[in-house]
Ligand binder design. Sequence first.
Ligand code: PEP
Ligand code: MG
Length: 886
Amino acid sequence: HKYVYDFAEGNKDLKDLLGGKGANLAEMTNLGLPVPPGFTITTEACKAYLTTGREPDGLAAQIEAHLESLEREMGRRLGDPDDPLLVSVRSGAKFSMPGMMETVLNVGLNDRSVVGLSNQAGGNDRFAWDSYRRLIQMFGKTVCEVPGEEFEHALDEIKSAKGTHNDLDLDADDLRGLVDAYKKIFAKHTGREFPQEPREQLDLAIRAVFDSWNAERAILYRRQERIPADLGTAVNVVAMVFGNLGPDSGTGVAFTRDPGSGAQGIYGDYLANAQGEDVVAGIRNTVPLQELEQLDKTSYDQLLGIMARLEEHYKDLCDIEFTIERGKLWMLQTRVGKRTAAAAFVIAGQLVDEGLIDLDEALHRVNGAQLAQLMFPRFQLDHEFEAVAKGIGASPGAASGKVVFTSARAVELAAEGEAVILVRRETNPDDLNGMIAAKGILTSRGGKTSHAAVVARGMGKTCVSGADELDVNVPAKRFTVGDHVVNEGDVVSIDGTTGKVYLGEVPVMPSEVVQYFEGELDPENTDDALVRSVHRIMTHADAARRLRVRTNADTGADAARARRFGAEGIGLCRTEHMFLGDRRELVERLILASGAREREDALAALLPLQRADFIEIFREMDGLPVTVRLIDPPLHEFLPPLEQLAVNVAVAQERGEDVAKEEALLAAVRRMHEENPMLGLRGVRLGLVIPGLFAMQVRAIAEAAVAVVRDGGKACPEIMVPLVGAVQELETVRAEAERIIAEVVGDSGVEVLIGTMIEVPRAALTAGQIAEAAEFFSFGTNDLTQMGWGFSRDDVEGAFFWRYLELGIFGISPFESIDTDGVGRLVRIAAEEGRAARPGLKLGVCGEHGGDPDSVHFFHEVGLDYVSCSPFRVPVARLEAGRAAI
Ligand code: PEP
Ligand code: MG
């Protein structure tokens, strides 16, 4: 079995076997770029080690063979006392993962080879001892779990004894002393001397990389990011090159474009006379990469050439780590670089312009989550504002407000019209009311799946979690961050995308992407590269997609906005939203009606109001289909709550007031009270129980359509019956509806479709029968998830979902992204059996999932005709529908 690959034997497509780092080192080697020679131990070896607890047979010999050829190539032997070869040992899984061991440099140094290294470097003792102390430090920390602070502390002590902050002021003797101190620390914590045998160092480091796959943080990270637990990591063993050999050496990182904005140019940092981790560790100040041109023009020009070459080859933004050893440039790593949402769009557009990729590929390079991010308002940041802390961007948006520390205070201040930011160490279910009242939520603990993060995302509320620089003191009603003390009532601003926290009120500016969708920015005529690129990619997505995109809207204004955003009709108009406000009284009359006469009067009063609503919507959606859903929720939702009413009646009776009306109301509320209203008298059941209710709605829809057509418009109504579980329910409603429609539309030319929601599991499972009575299905995946899982959609997120997410039972709430295995299976069955019974059956989805990127791909795949989502998510659905189709 081949467990070890020379760099020359791999390529960039072997990430499963060689990990990301190894595959890309191999790719660069084969491109002829200056990569220090080395080899990669495969993920297979790691997996074998992790299952059996020991290195697989043959691995040691293969490492030996590759090491020997590396030694031959370099003309040096590992750890040779006179002229040592040193290597770095680097982990490299398929996906880069925090929590795993990263790197050990300078493996091969010991008390004897440190002298050889000095000679090799022309008698540079300082360099040799500095390299040795780094080995003990890194090896101790990452391989043997010696607390890193102890090494840092010892280093600080020596520096302060010398009266300096700069490690470059330490001379060879200082560093030799530091090596002694480090060895003592090592021995104290491990109970053994620092290993002097080079091959033992190497083997222990390799084993530590294997073991780090199962470090606690790595396991947690994988579970949360849905990275399979059995991939294993590769290990790269690379000949050392030195950036700390003097002023003509150094190390740096670079991006081929600006990963923040996507702008073309040179982006990176360089640090002279330094090794590896110094750049990221911020030990000394780096200089902008451009300054390398003055320091070493040859290397600089070569680096620029390589960067251009890499972009051309990977056809994407690359990030790079490099080292210069005495004027010779070495490439230590490259990969396709991470970028912001804005940069993703801008770069995709640029690459098309440069002819590197086509528009299909550009569409693959961006996603709906990025587009959604770009649609939030942003802080307008000038240098006046500097972040005081950075947590995790847990729920996007930009929010400013007065700081409060308790849920109760949040509710109180919000009731006075104040914008508040609820600040907690972490939130729990008791904080729910405060979270609802607050503009934003800020916690000092917890990650992307903490209670605060999950609940805030569910509410669409801005949230920064895990800002651990914050010291939150709830009883004292203040938090401290750095030198700042923030008291209750002080204003802070939080950015739920970047995770940054600012003191004071940062002004907010609207999203230019939204302005573009609103038609306020002409994409052909703007110098905004982002808007141009979004326009281009959206246009391509629209041309590519098969799925239509509709919107959920129940007012003319929402319908109009959605249409500007690209909606191609309404997939769900919730008519119950038209029963609120002043109309509640009419609904009350309907419910309290003591006989047919009174009921008919109440319905007659509602009819013209409903008709007017529909006329407005049909006009806005002129020529496009509009699915109107008959009333869905239990009627008692339109009445006052039982307990409050009972108290009011009792109090009024006490006062001797006339309470006849209230008593009737109370009796009705009692009569209609249900323990589980969500499973009770709602949806189609209402239509079957309350005579005339659905008939009134159907009549209003048909009359509105006729009125619009008479005015020269085109109305395409689709009447949808909610909560159907059996075809008999639908047949009963349908018979009455057809009679009314025929009567109203006459010869006006209006056509009305009648269909049903599929939101009860039984409906999905009997879809073949139901399709006989339905011209279309619309999947109500909210209720289908609720009833499929048995999760109350109104309660679970705050109650226990955070725990489920933490445990990895699912990676994302099934109310947010469709559970393809379970609920999705019901959708698939219903789609197949429905279409088998009625070819040409129109299929759509109108649950929240209709605007969720992953779910859109699923709905494309099962062959739905359209998705329907809230107006704001229409562009996201269009983009993802396009991505799903190519
Ligand atoms: C659904 O259940 O998915 C649906 C769209 O209906 P509602 O959310 O109104 O229950
Ligand atoms: Mg529903």
